[in-house]
Design a protein around this ligand. Structure first.
Ligand code: DOR
Length: 442
């Protein structure tokens, strides 16, 4: 049942806010968690879930996704994407502005919020996109998780690469700026140098480590000059991580994708253009340095950059093949599998995929299993391994870069706002998430 007024989750291994586990019960009422205890008395009116042997985590918050609606619905839409989220244990997402029309005005933001309220099975928030001309829109937009700047890897009007335009945005207002940090001038020049090469592996050479480092350094310089809240999206290189390690102001955060941790340029041989994304995959050494930066807190959290394109689009010859991979269905099991292999702990994964995101974006009442928090929860099974199968994916694009990988930690039940939205392969498509709120000056 999806409309239960209360849910009693029994005998779960519950991740508590301090990082320790309690085998016990959780009671939700309406949209909230009301009690966490070793044993909670049964009540006739509550739906009971027997969670013996399962681990209960706060629902994942994916802070960088591209869900394609409006305008690019042949790749994905807010309904299909949110179904994929529910299956993947992602109970909230923050979505990017490179839809059609671009989300660069209040009207476009309002349109997305309305569509999401009608179609989304999970909670939602949206970025407003910066153009060289829309500073007034950036200052006024509400509610939004922040301003997205594409410093490189252009999306038409969304490219802001001139120093003067960047300076204008960083110097006015206080809200969070999230940057796609790649140096467009360097990319343009290298594209010419490598023109005529159709091997997709050249993508990582064209949009190279230096292009990423240049832009990250520029964003950090501007952030420091104006003490402006900055978030560095999908950090991809060891160089950026090492740079940030020695000089990271308290108001700066950074994220990494599972792809940049777990895949590298060897993926081009195996999956070709399906491995093409921006910023590109890097070397095994970059994987290692990024992992260490994540473990050390230099990188704060994880995002998927879920960016679906159809198999037909991906089958075009490089460089006509589009960049981007889907991710929301597999991010949590991918990272939990790493934890089970001893690379990190389950508590760290949960922090990187929920609590740390809620903190960075100042989203109230998310990211912990405690009374008063929202009942956005995921029960995962850490004891069974199952492969990622193309025929099982829910994203409209119909593929996943990790097909064939044997993963554990798959969601068994996902709960959004106190309602079961996914249970053992079944979706409750009538459930709707809510618009996320962001505390002032997030
Ligand atoms: O690979 C990417 N694809 N990176 C981005 O930043 C955008 C995305 C897309 O929207 O396709």
């Amino acid at each position: 049942m999806s409309s239960a007024p209360c849910i009693l989750i029994r005998g779960a291994r519950i991740l508590l806010p301090g990082g320790e586990f309690l085998v016990g019960d959780v009671l939700t009422e309406g949209r909230e968690i009301v009690q966490v205890a070793p044993e909670i008395p049964a009540s006739d009116t509550c739906k009971e879930i027997d969670a013996a042997g399962l681990t209960l985590l706060p629902g994942a918050i994916d802070p960088q996704v591209h869900f394609r609606e409006p305008g690019l619905e042949h790749k994905e839409d807010l309904f299909t994407a949110s179904c994929a989220c529910a299956k993947g244990g992602v109970t909230s997402f923050l979505e990017m502005p490179n839809t059609r029309p671009l989300t660069t005005t209040q009207a476009a933001l309002d349109d997305k919020l309305l569509r999401a309220s009608q179609k989304c099975l999970v909670n939602y928030g949206f970025f407003i996109g910066a153009t060289p001309e829309n500073l007034p829109d950036l200052l006024e937009a509400n509610p939004t998780c922040g301003i997205k700047i594409f410093m490189g890897s252009m999306h038409g009007q969304l490219l802001v690469d001139a120093d003067s335009a960047l300076e204008a945005i960083f110097s006015k207002g206080r809200r969070l700026i999230a940057v796609h940090a790649e140096d467009q001038a360097r990319i343009t020049q290298r594209r010419e140098e490598f023109a005529g090469i159709h091997d997709v592996a050249v993508h990582s050479q064209i949009q190279d480590n230096q292009a990423a480092l240049n832009a990250t350094q520029l964003a950090l310089k501007l952030s420091k000059k104006y003490q402006r809240r900055l978030h560095i999206l999908h950090m991809s290189t060891g160089e950026e991580a090492e740079f940030l390690r020695v000089d990271k102001p308290s108001w700066v955060t950074a994220e990494v994708t599972p792809q940049h941790l777990l895949l590298n340029t060897s993926a081009y041989e195996k999956i070709g253009t399906l491995a093409q994304m921006n910023p590109p995959l890097r070397s095994p050494r970059d994987n290692e340095v990024l992992w260490q930066a994540l473990l050390d807190g230099v990188i704060d959290f994880i995002a998927t950059d879920h960016a679906p394109h159809t198999l037909e689009e991906k089958a075009q010859q490089y460089p006509n093949s589009p960049s981007g991979m889907p991710g929301v269905e597999t991010s949590l099991p991918l990272m939990l599998t790493q934890a089970m292999h001893g690379r990190c702990t389950v508590a760290q994964v949960s922090n990187w995929m929920s609590a740390a995101v809620a903190k960075a974006y100042a989203i109230p009442k998310k990211g912990a299993i405690a009374p008063g928090y929202d009942a956005d929860l995921v029960l995962v099974d850490l004891n069974n391994y199952r492969p990622v199968l193309r025929e099982e994916v829910l994203t409209k694009c119909g593929w996943n870069p990790f097909e064939g990988w044997d993963l554990t930690g798959w969601p068994v039940i996902t709960i959004v706002g106190g309602q079961v939205v996914y249970e053992r392969g079944k979706l409750y498509t009538e459930v709707r998430g809510e618009a996320l709120t962001f505390e002032p000056n997030n």
